[in-house]
Design a protein around this ligand. Sequence first.
Ligand code: AMP
Length: 586
Amino acid sequence: MNRPTVICKTAADLRLPPNLIDYAATRAVFSWEAVRAELAGLPGGGLNIAHETVERHAQGACRDKIAFRFLGVKTTRDIRYGELSRLTNRFANVLKSLGIGKGERLFLLSGRIPELYVTVLGSFKNGTAVSPLFSAFGPEPIATRINLGEGAVLVTTELLYERKVAKIRSQLPTLRHVLLVGEDGQATSVPGTLDLVTLMAQASDDFDIVPTGPEDLSLLHFTSGTTGTPKGAMHVHGAVATHWATGKYALDLHADDIYWCTADPGWVTGTSYGIIAPLLHGVTSIVDEADFDAERWYRILAEEKVSVWYTAPTAIRMLMKAGAEIAKKRSYPNLRFIASVGEPLNPEAVWWGKEVLGLPIHDNWWQTETGGIMIANTPAFDIKPGSMGRPLPGIEAAIVKKDEEGKVSPVDTADTEGELALKRGWPSMLRGYLHNEERYGKCFAGDWYLTGDLAKRDADGYYWFVGRADDVIKSAGHLIGPFEVESALMEHPAVAEAGVIGKPDEMVGEVVKAFVSLKKGFEASDALRLELLGHARKKLGAAVAPKEIDFLPALPRTRSGKIMRRLLKARELGLPEGDTSTLESS
Ligand code: AMP
């Protein structure tokens, strides 16, 4: 179908006056100091995310307003701002009674259950940093991250503990306590663990927030690079200024919104925009504890009267595949703004939103390291389907190139491909990778933070995603480091070497595909392929494990011994092999 290249907005497209009306004027007067002045700050000075998100509302007009509505498989549970304050105080007291202090790390491994949200916010109150893990991780990614982050406490469910953690517990030397949530809130009695329900019941409702400052650690989000172990991106309490500004401008949150962020808090979107930003703006959030199901999602949109919906391209493609008829069974009169993040959003999907739900999908861009949305399509502005939008107020973006001497500088000409860079200094910028100063240093060239993404900027200032500059894989919105997958495969006795790539996939963006060569004495066979797939899945979990494995007699390597993933990918896709001058001749 021939569609225009721009979706022009008119007043009829806006059900409420948007928070960002004049892009240029707002950018011109914007200052982070002014945003900080919107925040309350701790009574005795300092800044704490839990105070901004919970206490400020619990002590004010929002006390009886629903903060979270949890849609369980069997039941629905509402937690109001006042109750959230009491529960998070209790959890902070639990941590204190266990001797867990400021700056220590708590890991979380659970589905989207109320205890997860209480744990995150209660930890902030205690000054304890939180590192969420994705519940579909297998034992290996869990152990790697807890050990790298020197986790002192793990909060998880009885089921996940028994399935994934119990057998690796002895490999987690820093972990002093494991707190378990039982099935359906039942008490647990698993050896070597504590029962969270009992501890919460014994804890006091009162807690004085441990004084934290804007530079104190709040969240540790692990992300993957091309090589080496995952990197723990360190975020601070001061990041809350970005969450406030982007909640206002990029998600256009207004006080009466019913907001649904479909991301799991195991990933950064689920914490920054599934927990922090909506609470800052005192809105009601829907949390669906169940897995994706098209019928269920449309029912939630309609019955919960969702007004602002933040989701992801893979989910939108799955809805598109389920067919427009399911969507058309209901109407969505309350829905006024849809945004998406995490992977390229096809122009087709932007139009699908407009045609099926009556609203185009607004793509936006950011990453674990940026802590918050940097580039966005906002409600008032025309959309160019396929573009990620424009830098938000307070964010200076550029396309940069390296010259022959390695000097990085912005490219002024429109439509030129280069690396997407951001001028350092926005409040939610990562403050380091835990114990990896060197890798952190490599993220910067002077004042520019280098994102690792290739992009273009057009003459109107809209940014267009081109691809990653490195070998990381984006599958269903999740960033997967090839090295982690290769290492797990290499632990199988038959595998001599492994190389892992992202293979383009219409539904999930990329699927993880592995190439392995075998040790002497092992023969390639379908049975061995299945065994390797099972081995990887058991170790890595469904979210990270390869979906396809091919056998090769040997993998292409550079003369310095690095596996040439780029070449594996080119061969897999039948693309030109590019520069192979460093290829080892075997
Ligand atoms: P993560 O750190 O896991 O959130 O992944 C961040 C990466 O996801 C970015 O560096 C991009 O490669 C990709 N990404 C995020 N948002 C978009 C988007 N709107 N369009 C294209 N790629 C995106």
